[in-house]
Design a protein around this ligand. Structure first.
Ligand SMILES: [Zn+2]
Length: 253
């Protein structure tokens, strides 16, 4: 039985959990889960993310605007995020960042990401960064603002991982390391300094092999943990212990 599973990035507000959210969340501690940082994608859902964090001791909240959710963003959205961060269970701004996979106007994405980077500096709060097919611009902004950042679901090369380390960032890896075509993730998992690595699910997405395509939950982190631990020559429990410590340090829990 494993313990100390800290899921640094999930979305338990997602509709995929509507049928059994409470039963599932209540069952996680007995499966060894000690912490989950539930991320929001817009203001609407941030409130529900905070409500879940109020309901469960081991669940924390991140509040921010995801690059796929820029439509109808109110003019005072930054003020609203700042207000929400005053809640004791809110541990980070997020998730935010850049997504060049989808056809979303880049100037809007860049503006909203930069504004949230500045907010994380102003509030002295960690920030959770989404970087999908946007390494160049994401890292230009990380160099510019030097935030206390977690680059979640990291998809870059070992060279980019080293740049993230130079900038003082943390990186989280999840189910992708179990995929057959995950050369970059496996290389990064093999090389990253172990004190800067966090584990995540991005639940309900990114379920590991053998559940690929199915709904993911925090207990499935074990598959990524076992894969990474084998690459590093340590036990899965040792990796869980180290990454839980890292997550608590990054999120200041
Ligand atoms: Zn996410």
């Amino acid at each position: 039985m494993f313990q100390n599973i800290f899921d640094s990035h999930a979305h338990y507000d997602d509709g995929w959990f509507d049928a059994d959210r409470d039963a599932l969340l209540a069952s996680l501690p007995e499966k060894g889960v000690c912490g989950v940082v539930n991320n929001s994608v817009d203001l609407e859902n941030a409130k529900r993310v905070i409500a879940l964090a109020e309901q469960y001791d081991f669940i924390y909240a991140a509040v921010g605007i995801h690059p796929e959710n820029l439509e109808n963003l109110p003019g005072d959205y930054l003020l609203q995020i700042a207000e929400l961060t005053k809640h004791p269970k809110v541990v980070a701004i997020g998730e935010t960042g850049l997504d060049y996979h989808w056809d979303i106007p880049k100037p809007d994405q860049l503006r909203v990401f930069e504004e949230q980077l500045q907010l994380s500096i102003d509030l002295n709060m960690p920030i959770v960064v989404h970087d999908r097919e946007a390494h160049g611009d994401t890292f230009d902004l990380l160099r510019k603002y030097k935030p206390n950042a977690l680059v979640h679901c990291f998809s870059g090369s070992v060279e980019l991982m080293r740049e993230a380390m130079r900038l003082g960032c943390y990186i989280s890896l999840g189910g992708v390391v179990t995929f057959k075509n995950a050369r970059h993730s496996v290389e990064v998992a093999s090389e990253i300094p172990l004190d800067r690595l966090l584990l995540e699910t991005d639940a309900p997405y990114m379920a590991p092999v053998p559940f690929r395509g199915k709904r993911c939950d925090s207990s499935m982190i074990l598959y990524a943990a076992e894969k990474i631990a084998s690459l590093r020559g340590i036990t899965a429990q040792e990796l869980l212990d180290i990454t839980a410590d890292n997550a608590k340090r990054f999120y200041r829990i």
